[in-house]
Design a protein around this ligand. Structure first.
Ligand SMILES: *Cc1c(COP(=O)(O)O)cnc(C)c1O
Length: 465
């Protein structure tokens, strides 16, 4: 056994590695800094394993070292943000990027961003304009709103609305609507950051109009409703409708706000989404300001959309926070293109992937699932099997259909591998394929799988050997 000192001496030198033909080959593809960094990392790792006495001496051969340097360079060079196959059946999956953009939005994104554009330039006047005009008219046309403002996301929208309308004053919210949206978005916390004072009323399960009324005082600025879409209360429950909240607010010269969460522009009740009011309905109920996400049910880019009374919306635009929360041209290009599709409901459902996935008829899902199953069978590894089963997809993004959307799932099995092991294998593929495990079976839900994904899923399955 060589001593530690001898091992340290056997570590290849940087110069020696740089002269190796394969490392020279790397230099033709990758920047020198990346290669040097990978070499440094590899040599550090070797010293580390010598000091921990875990080194296998063979790892010190120049061949072995170069091989690992090559792997490190490739790994460092690879983007960390990569496409994945969504087999989870959750359509608006926040962890997987929420909504996919329509062809039309993608085209527009490229067209607008390949060159300069009139983002903040008034072409009629030949001088500085406002970026906020671009989606405003369309939003007003589609929802009947007087004014519209688009910001970075819905969390930003809530922050801006509260900061503008209620800083240093009270906002009355039902205890049943103090929701957490996952991660760090909690209504009481956002409210605190906005400078507004939360005035909770009612009980978790029941809030009455009298509770709102009793809370009104000198400091009251607004009533706010929050769409409690990501959970459901059952049993002895009651809440106050948007219309009643708005009427009471107006009787006392207060403002009525609603955070709609998903915010849809089409009536999706016929597809099973019973509790999603459209933005138009909410405004028609009398709410002064509503806000929602651009990349949930709307199916556009990440954005926060604020609609409502034009005087209030104008005030928000002047809030210094608006600058910090503003949207960029990538978003505006994609949003405008997405919104234009909404002028015709049929074209919206046909072209916007989120809506198409929600509306997909079971027949079509079955047909596509059979096609994928047959492809997987044709390429099936010896010990693998695939079956079709009934299942339920979720809309996600806080929109809760009555009981999930009936779908077809592919149940994949491989003799000797657990569902967990199979899940890990698919997740480690390139591109990663994300499924779900139910009753100890690895499942891929056809609803969120694109036709373009079929081939890689088959390749992944086949590569199990
Ligand atoms: C999703 C959601 C938000 C946050 O929206 P983002 O666009 O993710 O910032 C806020 N409020 C409600 C009710 C939501 O469902």
């Amino acid at each position: 056994m060589a001593t530690g000192k001898e091992l340290y001496r056997k570590i290849p030198k940087v110069d020696e590695l740089l002269l190796d033909e394969r490392v020279k080959g790397l230099a033709e593809i990758y920047p020198p800094s990346l290669i040097k960094e990978a070499i440094r990392e590899e040599l550090d790792a070797l010293r580390d394993s010598i000091s921990r006495q875990t080194l296998d001496e063979r790892d010190l051969s120049i061949d072995a070292v170069v091989e690992r340097v090559e792997a490190r360079v490739a790994e460092r060079d690879a983007p960390t943000l990569v496409p994945v196959v969504n087999g989870t059946g959750i359509i608006v999956h926040t962890n997987l990027g929420r909504s996919l953009l329509s062809r039309e939005a993608l085209d527009r994104l490229l067209t607008i961003n390949r060159g300069y554009c009139n983002l903040e330039y008034d072409l009629g006047e030949g001088r500085r304009g406002s970026r906020y005009v671009h989606a405003e008219e369309l939003l007003c046309e589609l929802t009947g709103a007087e004014g519209a403002l688009v910001v970075n996301n819905n969390a930003a929208a809530v922050l801006l609305v509260l900061s503008t309308l209620a800083r240093g004053r009270e906002v009355v919210v039902s205890r049943g609507e103090l929701v957490e949206i996952g991660g760090s978005f909690r209504i009481p916390d956002v409210m605190a950051r906005s400078g507004a004072l939360l005035r909770e009323v009612g009980c978790t399960n029941r809030t009455h109009i009298g509770d709102y009324e009793a809370a009104i005082g000198d400091l009251t600025a607004a009533f706010m409703k929050v769409h409690t879409s990501n959970y459901r209360m059952m049993g002895f429950v009651s809440s106050v409708s948007a219309k009643d909240v708005a009427d009471l607010a107006h009787a006392h010269n207060l403002v009525a706000i609603e955070d709609l969460g998903s915010g849809c522009l089409l009536d999706l009740r016929k597809y099973g989404l019973k509790d999603e009011p459209t933005a138009k309905e909410s405004l028609a109920a009398g709410l002064d300001v509503v806000c929602f996400s651009g990349d949930k049910l709307l199916g556009g880019p990440q954005a926060g959309i604020i609609l409502g009374r034009s005087d209030l919306v104008a005030e928000m635009g002047k809030n210094p926070l608006a600058r910090a929360l503003r949207v960029d041209k990538l978003c505006l290009a994609a949003l405008e293109a997405t919104l234009r599709l909404y002028r015709d409901e049929k074209s919206a459902v046909r072209s916007i992937p989120t809506l198409r996935a929600i509306a997909a008829p079971l027949d079509e899902l079955k047909r596509r699932a059979r096609r994928l199953r047959n492809l997987l069978r044709r390429n099936r590894p010896e010990r693998g099997d695939v079956k079709l089963m009934h299942g339920f997809s979720q809309v996600g993004g806080g929109a809760l259909p009555e009981q999930g959307l009936a779908t077809q799932v592919l149940a994949l099995t491989y003799e000797g591998l657990s569902a967990q092991a199979l899940e890990t294998f698919f997740r480690g593929f390139s591109p990663p394929i994300i499924g779900r495990i139910e009753h100890d079976v690895f499942l891929l839900d056809i609803r969120t799988i694109l036709d373009d994904d079929f081939k890689v899923i088959a390749q992944c399955f086949a590569s199990l050997g």
